[in-house]
Design a protein around this ligand. Structure first.
Ligand SMILES: [Ca+2]
Ligand SMILES: [Ca+2]
Ligand SMILES: [Cu+2]
Length: 179
């Protein structure tokens, strides 16, 4: 009997230890011409949309640019003026949209945005699976849909395998309030 009453706690504890928090991925943003883009030169220019705990790695295709976060935001980052081939990283822990600019070819607008050469990083709550900036049952349904259709995005814990650990990881995120 004692074993039986202990089992649920043991199982829950095991599930918790097997479902680690999102380790984060690295998303590349290319720096070229007067653009910041997740696509390399010659393709459409798009800002990065990431999740809490992810890292943006800016890669300099062209020289004489830098990356400076616009003032007054929850995240701050600033790179040197770099040469081609350089990289700069920042890991985002706060949900929100963050403006940044190149201080050689743009400037801070003082309100989380910029003039001239700049871009945005949008950081979504971990459980905001459909990326609409709200966490609700639609995200749960979207995750289940991805899970049952073997969508790579269902690899929620980022270990390259889609299994029940991803369901546990998603549920952990879903039940954790998003800051
Ligand atoms: Ca959502
Ligand atoms: Ca996985
Ligand atoms: Cu620049």
């Amino acid at each position: 009997m004692a074993i039986r009453s202990l089992l649920p706690a043991a199982v829950l504890s095991l599930a918790g230890s097997l479902a680690p928090a999102w380790a984060g991925v690295t998303v590349v943003v290319y720096v070229y011409n007067f653009e910041f883009s997740i696509n390399p030169p010659g393709q459409p220019v798009h800002d990065a949309v990431i999740r809490q705990g992810d890292t943006v790695e800016w890669q300099w295709v062209h020289p004489f640019h830098n990356v400076v976060a616009s003032s007054g935001q929850a995240e701050f980052f600033q790179s040197p003026i770099n040469n081609a081939g350089a990289t700069f990283t920042h890991t985002f822990t706060n949900v929100g949209t963050y403006g940044y600019y190149c201080s050689v070819h743009g400037f801070d607008d003082g309100a989380g945005g910029f003039f001239g050469m700049g871009g945005y990083v949008t950081v979504l709550c971990l459980a905001d699976f459909n990326g609409d900036t709200t966490v609700n049952t639609l995200d749960f349904l979207a995750f289940l849909n991805a899970f049952t259709s073997d969508d790579p995005r269902a690899d929620f814990n980022g270990d390259t395998v889609i299994n029940t650990l991803d369901v546990l990881a998603f549920l952990n995120a879903f039940t954790t309030p998003c800051p």
